[in-house]
Design a protein. Structure first.
Length: 377
């Protein structure tokens, strides 16, 4: 642990308080900020005043160390600070355009959409991209992947890494997977994540799905407020961790049919407003035939726009890539000089190939965002 992040580096925090805090899962100065005074008092049993004093000291300590911004700053300082925020390329032109370069650190990016729209593929792709060098658009960092649906697949990571000329073994080594078995466990993983993030230079935290376990455990109208409260806690924690540790965070969210919507797309993200108000960026993924549409729904500074992407062996890909690959392999196949591997690659992605022939996808983009009809699959 970095020397001055130790709890006992704070004035007035002795071995007893340090013990009390670490027993409650608060391991360093960053964790104090992430949890905040109310929670610190709750989990340690200390007086609220004391907790407030400690958290304030922690904040001061981090401001002095240049690790977090001070309370009063000029807009130009914020502007300068924002320029130093890390961005992770998505590895595609289309989504990099949508994200204006890539997904940001110190922010929570929520991706929501129906089953099979590519949320998990996106999470896998970003887990590889964050490991790229800074010159290549990555952050040379590792990943904490919270898998709540048992859909993390190392095989996909290997394929994506290979497609980007990266060493698959190294890429796998830099992804720490935490399988969450229930919503309380999911929260606990995040509460305990501080030291893991720090020691492993984690630059991306994935929660796939952020909402699924909460949804499964809290059924029925009567439990809705408890569910939202717990989910709220998780999502806030995630976003505070992203800010404090300068990481990017991705939370995926399912959609459900909302019978009260008569016009437009009758699907709404399950987390509802709780997730929406916390995420800094919200992206809606939508199936459109074999292709996918990504729409920036809510962002403090991006225009609301849409792009088309595709899913392939390389994870999230540009639709042109699929087209190019198809043309290349068709040519090679006819001259019968194709290498086995390349032919195989296309054989494995018959779905994606088919998309090239789907002109109606282009038409969807012209439609006003509110009028997007669900595509029949
Ligand atoms: N190896 C692969 N090659 C091409 N496409 C794939 C591959 N693996 C998964 N996909 C695509 O990803 C889709 C599933 O996306 P996924 O990210 O799991 O959806 P969800 O939004 O439910 O998490 C599949 O329907 C398929 O189109
Ligand atoms: Mg998924």
């Amino acid at each position: 642990m970095v020397e001055d992040l130790r709890l006992d580096s704070l004035e007035g925090v002795g071995p007893v308080t340090t013990r009390k805090l670490s027993d409650a899962g608060v391991h360093n100065v960053m964790d104090l900020i992430v949890r905040g005074p109310v929670e610190i008092a709750e989990i340690t049993g200390m007086e609220k005043d004391t907790a407030e004093k400690i958290v304030n000291k922690a904040r001061q300590h981090l401001v002095e160390g240049g690790l977090i911004a001070k309370d009063f700053v000029s807009a130009s300082e914020i502007y300068k600070y924002r320029q130093s925020i890390g961005k992770i390329t998505t590895g595609t032109n289309c989504l990099d355009t949508l994200f204006d370069g890539g997904i940001e650190t110190q922010a929570l990016t929520e991706v929501y959409g129906e089953f099979g729209c590519g949320k998990t593929q996106f999470a896998h792709t970003m887990s590889v991209m964050v490991q790229k060098t800074k010159e290549e658009g990555g952050l040379e960092g590792s990943v904490l992947y919270i898998d709540t649906e048992n859909t993390f697949r190392p095989e996909r990571i290997v394929a994506i890494a290979q497609a980007h000329d990266m060493d698959p073994e190294k890429v796998l080594d830099n992804i720490i997977v935490a399988r969450a078995y229930n919503s309380a466990h999911q929260v606990l993983i995040l509460e305990e994540a501080g030291p893991v993030i720090e020691e492993n230079n984690v630059k991306l935290i994935v929660a796939d799905s952020a909402v699924g376990l909460f949804r499964a455990e809290y059924l029925g109208r009567g439990t809705l407020s408890v569910r939202q409260q717990k989910l709220n806690h998780f999502v806030h924690l995630l976003s505070r961790i992203a800010e404090t540790y300068n990481c990017a965070a991705i939370a995926t969210n399912q959609v459900m049919a909302s019978p009260d919507v008569f016009f437009g797309d009758p699907t709404r993200p399950i987390g509802g407003n709780v997730v929406a108000h916390t995420s800094t960026y919200r992206i809606y993924f939508k199936k459109s035939g074999k292709k996918r549409i990504a729409r920036m729904v809510d962002s403090p500074h991006h225009p609301e726009e849409e792009v088309i992407f595709a899913l392939g062996e390389a994870g999230i890909v540009d639709p042109e890539e699929v087209e190019k690959k198809k043309r290349k392999t068709t040519k090679k196949a006819t001259t019968k000089k194709a290498k086995d591997t390349e032919v195989e690659a296309t054989v494995e992605t018959p779905e994606v190939e088919a998309t090239v022939e789907t002109p109606e996808v282009e038409a969807t983009v012209e439609i006003e965002s509110d009028d997007l009809d669900p595509v029949e699959e």
